[in-house]
Write a protein that binds this ligand. Structure first.
Ligand SMILES: Cc1cc2nc3c(=O)[nH]c(=O)nc-3n(C[C@H](O)[C@H](O)[C@H](O)COP(=O)(O)O)c2cc1C
Length: 361
């Protein structure tokens, strides 16, 4: 089998059977007015599946909470209209031969009182944020914690009921779950703050509740990152031992697959080893891992990046450092990216420019 054939061969990961190892990375598109994904959104995802993406992880999809959103026109994972819309997306992706999971999301303190899309509502986060003498983010009470844990579980149950192939919990990039993990945003003094195990508790409770809601056998992916949008150098774990303290309790709670978000997959995570964050996730937990970050592009910038070949990535895949490879901007710029890579047509891949951020083609 050639390296490219390995990428495009079917794969079984626990209960998840995929047509190949190419994953579309979750990307917020803001094209679902009223929280309802449209026919255009269904066609956008189905086009990627028809062109060789094995698994689509959708854009962040909101749990039911009035403070969950931080951007306009993001889809919901609750309510009859949104779920019917997702039903049409799932049908279209399955008909094109792909698999699809929603990324379950709450932005936490990223939303502030006075900001769109819900200016009259304060954000919710692990700790209070005051700006100009106003509480713009309210610190979550234990009742809020319990309510939002239940909201993640309800979203996952909805996802399973309408035919998604699994769920991804958004624990990355400085949003709510990650805000609890990171000491900079979590300044609580109760059982959800302070030491590392306490900061991890919210995430563990969510995973456990999601597992209870969907039962055994339904795939749960957990996405996490060291970096935050406001601090690319931020770290949750400085050593493999610390990473173990993060990941093993999540695995015990019910995570099947770890999705380790890097800005560049090539970056080694800890000194003395080539392994990236996905590689370490797999080594520590024994669970399958998804890698991501500048795959097929020469730069992590959102302004522009040029197509590159992926041979070094495939060599690492062949060594089983990770199991799946997630592609973001390259698939925004060119819906046929996977097909062109499979057919050796790199020269025909459309370069990424920021114009792709506003398109849904
Ligand atoms: C427009 C855009 C929206 C994104 N939205 C999300 C999101 O909703 N959830 C998430 O976990 N990551 C999100 N990301 C990050 C991507 O999933 C991915 O990790 C990142 O773009 C790096 O991969 P790439 O270099 O292949 O683009 C977004 C990225 C872009 C470009």
């Amino acid at each position: 089998m050639t390296l490219t054939e390995l990428l495009f061969a079917p794969v079984q990961l626990g209960n998840l059977r995929l047509p190949n190892r190419v994953v579309m990375a979750p990307m917020t598109r803001s094209h679902s007015p009223g929280g309802v994904p449209t026919a255009e959104v269904a066609a956008y995802y189905a086009r990627r599946a028809a062109n060789g993406v094995g698994l689509i992880i959708t854009e962040g999809v909101l749990v039911e909470d009035e403070a969950a959103a931080g951007y306009p026109d993001c889809p919901h994972l609750y309510g009859d209209a949104a779920l019917a819309g997702w039903g049409r997306v799932i049908e279209a992706v399955h008909a094109a031969g792909g698999r699809i999971m929603p990324q379950i999301w709450h932005v936490g303190e990223t939303h502030r009182l006075g900001a769109d899309p819900c200016p009259h509502i304060a954000g919710l986060g692990p700790s209070e944020v005051v700006e100009d003498g106003k509480v713009v983010v309210r610190a979550m009470t234990e009742a809020d914690v319990a309510r939002l844990v239940a909201a993640f579980a309800a979203a996952a149950r909805n996802a399973q009921r309408i035919g998604f192939d699994g769920v991804e919990i958004h624990g990355a990039h400085g949003y709510l779950v990650d805000q609890f993990l990171w000491e900079h945003t979590n300044r609580r003094a109760d059982g959800y703050g302070g030491n590392f195990a306490n900061r991890l508790r919210f995430a563990v409770e969510i995973v456990r509740a999601v597992r209870e809601a969907v039962g055994e056998g339904f795939p749960i992916v957990f996405r996490y990152s060291q970096w935050k949008p406001q601090d690319y150098q931020a770290r949750l774990a400085d050593t493999p031992e610390q990473l173990e303290k993060l990941l093993l309790p999540l695995r015990e709670a019910g995570v099947d697959i770890f999705h380790a978000s890097n800005r560049r997959y090539q970056d080694p995570e800890f000194p003395g080893s080539e392994l990236n964050l996905a590689g370490w996730s797999k080594r520590i937990t024994g669970c399958p891992a998804i890698t991501v970050g500048s795959i097929g592009l020469d730069d992590p910038s959102w302004t522009m990046a040029n197509p590159t070949g992926i041979d070094p990535l495939l060599e690492r895949l062949a060594r089983r450092e990770f199991d799946l490879v997630a592609v973001g901007r390259a698939l925004l710029a060119d819906h046929a990216w996977a097909r062109k890579i499979r057919e050796g047509r790199l020269a025909e891949v459309t370069p990424y420019t920021k114009a792709a951020l506003n398109r849904l083609d």
